[in-house]
Design a protein around this ligand. Structure first.
Ligand code: WT7
Length: 637
């Protein structure tokens, strides 16, 4: 069975798209009508990109968890909501029905309430990929608390920064997390983080790895003990808090071109409508399909397409605790076979990494259940696209190349599986309601086809970023001030003769390393914190598996006299300040950096050197000391 708002043909897409642009209010209202509201809206859309201010479904009251859970109980309560596959293939998997999930979310909402969590409070969640992570997220939403999930790869310092920015008094974590053959001591990282955060009142710890942990009296409590207390209460139902359409649902921190990560804020109603709508249409989800998104809930992809989108659609979402190469590079294919997965949604970096193991790991796994494949996080190169198509989809599964961002909340530009045409390395067409534009450096919109420019969106969609937490001005300057009346994505794109978009990558100082977003300024700040470093400049360079690698040019003070040791020290420093995901792949020690007379580092030149493009460095005549360029070229690593 399909959904009332599911688009079923190319002609229908064209009609729906046209209508969504001409009558946006009517269009989105007709979709929103299929959700459960405590009270419907007074006005569909109110917007002003100058401020910026965007309100969707103004005046409506709802709770997203009633749409993700309660709404499915009557007819589909017995259906699997979450299938969970553990890190170790020999351990038991878990199947959690909608009825079970509703029960567990209500139970944990009681736990939160018993511990003083109230509507509007910020709750930081730092857990591995266990079902309780989804339960914690939904319980926050149930009670109206604002969750902020932090990916398990971030360091104590990064967590402390986020705790402070969000002023979060509550943390939910695990003793540890299993990831491949690693055991990550999550609670111990949290302990280091909260040393700087005396405002943290409660830390709820779920048992997963049985790693020894220090539990501080009066502050730290066990998830399991708290659940036991709730169990004696009898009926665990937890009435969903009535939320305003525009009440914040969550904060998710992401990197930008400045040093400090920003807290992207999404609101309740618009996010719900858009993630569900895009989930159903892009993947052409049919009831009873098994949907497997391999992202981590610590990133937006996991929020929108492991938790909220699928659950609001009453789908079965598969959550995997481990990594694609453990115990071997056939793990994804083993999971597809084991659960007869219908849709696989993963990242180009994972595809490229699995490609490098050859076809061996695929053999012996039946992939015939697959109907749709998806890609997200970075431009997918043609080679990876064809491998995915041929060896995983066996030439019969449409591949959706989904372009979107943490700030957009949901998929913006993508083909719809089997409905609109797919094209290798092209995200193709905008979803209904999405109005992309290309603009030149002067902010002039570039009309027509077969053109390229900076990618903007000129009209709001329901899951657009509302603010950056605690600093609305930053939201304005980052996204709405570069080009008048446009949301600026930070990406460049081409539009071909048929209007298909091809995303070419970031045009700002943001790197995309294995689908993770990392700001060069952030990495530079971390490197510069090392006592032996005088100054540094970080740029990206093409990397076969990661998409982009991190190349750091560093001026050191030669205190050790041992470059290798300093290199190791810098790597450890970056791991401590940001997390292992931001460690530079290459570090080159230099005696100077190419700067203009006004002292600005000319990254354009460093980027070319890092890319190995040495013949055409462009104009170097404005450099303070052109000779440093020669030296840097000679010392390339
Ligand atoms: C940036 C957003 C969207 C969830 C995962 C990343 C790049 C994302 C694609 C794609 C080309 C893509 C863009 C974008 N990107 N998807 N299909 N084709 N580029 O979320 O961390 O917010 O990063 O990822 O550069 O701006 P994110």
């Amino acid at each position: 069975m399909s959904y009332p708002y599911q688009i079923k043909s190319l002609d229908q897409y064209k009609q729906v798209y046209q209508n969504s642009i001409e009558n946006p209010d009517q269009f989105w209202a007709s979709i929103a009508n299929h959700f459960r509201w405590k009270k419907k809206w007074d006005k569909v859309l109110n917007w002003n990109f100058k401020k910026p201010e965007v309100q969707w479904f103004q005046g409506a009251k709802l709770n997203i968890t009633e749409n993700a859970l309660d709404r499915h109980l009557q007819y589909n309560g017995h259906r699997p909501a979450i299938i969970w596959e553990p890190n170790d293939p020999d351990d038991h998997h878990r199947i959690i029905t909608y009825k079970d999930l509703h029960f567990k979310v209500c139970q944990f909402a009681h736990v939160l309430k018993n511990n003083g969590v109230k509507k509007g409070d910020r709750v930081v969640i730092y857990m591995g990929m266990v079902p309780e992570l989804a339960i914690a997220v939904l319980a926050c939403a149930r009670i109206g608390a604002v969750h902020s999930v932090i990916f398990g790869g971030f360091s104590a310092q990064s967590i402390a920064d986020r705790l402070q920015d969000a002023q979060a008094a509550f943390i939910i974590t695990c003793d540890g997390a299993f990831r491949g053959n690693k055991d990550i001591p999550l609670k111990s990282v949290i302990d280091d983080a909260v040393v700087q955060c005396s405002f943290v009142k409660r830390i709820i710890v779920l048992t997963r790895t049985r790693t020894p942990v220090s539990m501080i009296k009066g502050r730290d409590i066990w998830w399991e003990d708290e659940i036991k207390k709730v169990e004696t209460m009898g009926n665990p139902d937890f009435p969903a808090e009535e939320m305003d359409a525009e009440d914040p649902l969550f904060i998710l921190y992401t990197s930008g071109s400045t040093g400090k990560p920003k807290g992207v804020v999404h609101s309740s109603a618009g996010y719900m409508v858009y993630t569900t709508y895009s989930f159903v249409n892009v993947f052409q989800y049919e009831q009873e399909d098994i949907f497997f998104c391999t992202a981590d809930v610590g990133w937006i992809t996991g929020h929108s397409y492991i938790v909220y989108g699928p659950l609001c659609a009453g789908a079965t979402t598969l959550m995997f605790e481990g990594v694609p190469t453990y115990p071997d590079a056939g793990r994804f294919w083993a999971i597809v076979d084991k659960f007869k997965v219908n849709t696989l949604y993963t990242a180009p970096t994972a595809i490229r990494s699995l490609m490098s193991f050859g076809l061996g790991p695929i053999h012996g796994h039946d992939l015939s259940s697959l109907k749709v494949l998806g890609s997200v996080g970075e431009p997918i190169n043609e080679e990876a696209w064809h491998w995915y198509d041929e060896h995983i989809g066996k030439g019969k599964c449409p591949i959706v190349d989904t372009w979107w961002q943490t700030e957009t909340g949901g998929i913006m530009i993508s083909n719809m599986a089997g409905i609109t045409p797919s094209m290798p390395a092209h995200a193709t067409l905008p979803l209904p309601g999405i109005q992309p534009t290309l603009v030149d450096e002067n902010g002039k919109e570039i009309e027509g086809n077969s053109v390229s420019g900076n990618l903007c969106i000129k009209f709001p969609w329901p899951s657009i970023i509302r603010t950056t937490y605690g600093d609305h001005e930053r939201c304005r300057t980052n996204y709405f001030a570069t080009y008048e009346n446009q949301y600026f994505t930070g990406d460049g794109a081409l539009r071909d003769e048929h209007g298909n978009y091809r995303i070419t990558g970031r045009v700002d100082d943001v790197l995309n390393v294995s689908g993770h977003r990392i700001g060069t300024a952030e990495v530079e700040n971390a490197i510069n914190m090392h006592a032996g470093v005088v100054e540094s400049a970080v740029v990206g360079y093409p990397h076969d598996i990661k998409g982009q690698g991190i190349y750091a040019f560093v001026i050191d003070n030669n205190l050790h006299g041992d470059e290798n040791l300093t290199r190791q020290d810098i790597l450890i420093t970056v791991s401590r300040i940001i997390g292992a995901i931001a460690k530079p792949d290459k570090i080159q020690f230099v005696s100077g950096l190419p700067k203009t007379r006004s002292g600005k580092i000319m990254r354009r030149i460093l980027r070319k050197i890092a890319e190995g493009e040495l013949t055409n460095l462009g104009d170097t005549s404005t450099l303070l000391d052109p000779s440093v360029v020669e030296e840097i070229i000679k010392g390339r690593v």
